[in-house]
Design a protein around this ligand. Structure first.
Ligand SMILES: Cc1ncc(COP(=O)(O)O)c(C=O)c1O
Length: 398
């Protein structure tokens, strides 16, 4: 039977990393993969996480299963991080959080929940979006469509087109928005634009599905969560898919969360019972270790303070590299105004490089960038920024 199965195309982004590994050029640079890297090009284990890990191992008493939605302590910690200590939605019991294997797991459970319980719902995605979004929802059996998001002429948000399109999404559909650090463009709506989006969605009965994979990487832990508060008015409904891969550096531990906000506690309980059914048939219950690390950090004031300072450092380094990139492009004589890169947020930047230029950068200079021109700014260091910009100058000037 297997003979009839054709080889699947390699994952566009992870395939590039494989090609990078195989490249013998000692000066090669990989700006394709979506992980944070420090000034020495490493993806570090955070000090706060290292310290939490010791405590978790010491107090380990059982490896028995967790409940289907994970531990209540984890749910409480995630809710506090998103909404603060005493938000009305949390206090009134209308938020239900499940620990999922990463943000990807949360998105898949959200897809299953929608497919199984809201069968007429289409999920609208921004154009462009993280390439895994359409794949995840296709696997869950939920149809997707797109709204415009990026204006290539101005390298900015296509705001008028976006809000016009959101106004035309049919009632009962869902709209997936990135809370901050939009992947792949690095461009986020302003808080005022978020308020307008929230207003249209609640007025028209569109379910907000928020991908929250970079809390703390745009402007700060609380500032980034402010977006959620524009969506959580009295009686409002939404789904938030969190990831702690980036802000805790827990990529391989698979730590994420699906939080649903319903109009009241009774509805939240009913929907959560359906989330549990979806999880049970998907991966049964979550992996405990990464969640324990997050809870340990967030429940100890000293560790939490350390963690917050580490998130600040990661964000500051990325923003510093954005500035250095723009300065060095100018110094190397690359034509054009690249100052938009400093206005983008998160680890990604839509550089404006064309598919052909990206291909030449790979073949001629061993610089690996995703075909869309998306670069991982965190992959830039003081050492590689010079050769990188010289190579960009070469391909841009032709
Ligand atoms: C926008 C977005 N959502 C979700 C995820 C998934 O994160 P995780 O690794 O926690 O599954 C990513 C990871 O790159 C992402 O960029």
């Amino acid at each position: 039977m297997f003979e009839s199965i054709q080889v699947a195309p390699a994952d566009a982004i992870l395939g590039l990393t494989e090609a990078f590994r195989a490249d013998p050029n000692p000066h090669k640079i990989n700006l394709s993969v979506g992980v944070y890297q420090d000034a020495s090009g490493k993806t570090p284990v955070l000090e706060s996480v290292q310290r939490a890990a010791k405590r978790v191992v010491e107090k380990l008493s059982s490896k028995s299963y967790l409940p289907i939605p994970g531990s209540p302590a984890y749910a409480a910690a995630v809710q506090k991080l998103m909404f603060g200590a005493d938000h009305e939605a949390v206090a009134s019991g209308r938020v239900a959080t499940s620990h999922t294997p990463g943000g990807t797991g949360a998105l898949r459970v959200a897809g299953d929940l929608i497919h199984q319980n809201l069968p007429k719902t289409t999920i609208w995605l921004t154009q462009p979006t993280w390439p895994n979004h359409p794949q995840i929802f296709a696997a869950a059996g939920v149809p997707t469509r797109t709204v415009p998001y990026f204006d290539a002429k101005t390298n900015d948000l296509a705001w008028d087109e976006l809000i016009t399109a959101v106004n035309q999404i049919p009632v009962g559909d869902a709209l997936l928005l990135h809370a901050c650090c939009h992947n792949p463009t690095g461009i986020d709506p302003t808080l005022d634009q978020w308020n307008q989006l929230a207003d249209v969605m609640s007025r028209r009965g569109i379910l907000p599905l928020v991908d929250f994979a970079y809390q703390g990487f745009a402007n700060g832990i609380e500032d980034d969560a402010a977006v959620l508060k524009t969506l959580v008015g009295p009686g409002s409904e939404l789904i938030i898919c969190s990831s702690f891969s980036k802000n805790f550096g827990l990529y391989c531990e698979r730590v994420g969360a699906l939080s649903l906000v319903a109009a009241d506690g009774k509805t939240a309980d009913a929907v959560q019972s359906r989330v549990k059914k979806a999880i049970r048939a998907n991966y049964s219950n979550p992996p405990a270790y990464g969640g324990e690390l997050v809870v340990t950090v967030l429940s100890d004031p000293e560790l939490e303070k350390l963690w917050r300072s580490e998130v600040d450092q990661m964000r500051d380094r990325i923003n510093g590299m954005r500035k250095l990139l723009v300065e060095t492009l100018k110094a190397k004589g690359v034509p054009g105004d690249y100052s938009f890169i400093t206005r983008q947020r998160g680890i990604f930047s839509f550089s404006g490089l064309t598919r052909e230029q990206v291909e030449t950068l790979k073949k001629k200079h061993a610089i690996y960038i995703v075909g869309s021109g998306r670069i991982n700014v965190a992959g830039i260091t003081k050492d590689n920024v010079g050769p990188l910009c010289a190579a960009i100058a070469d391909v841009v000037k032709g």
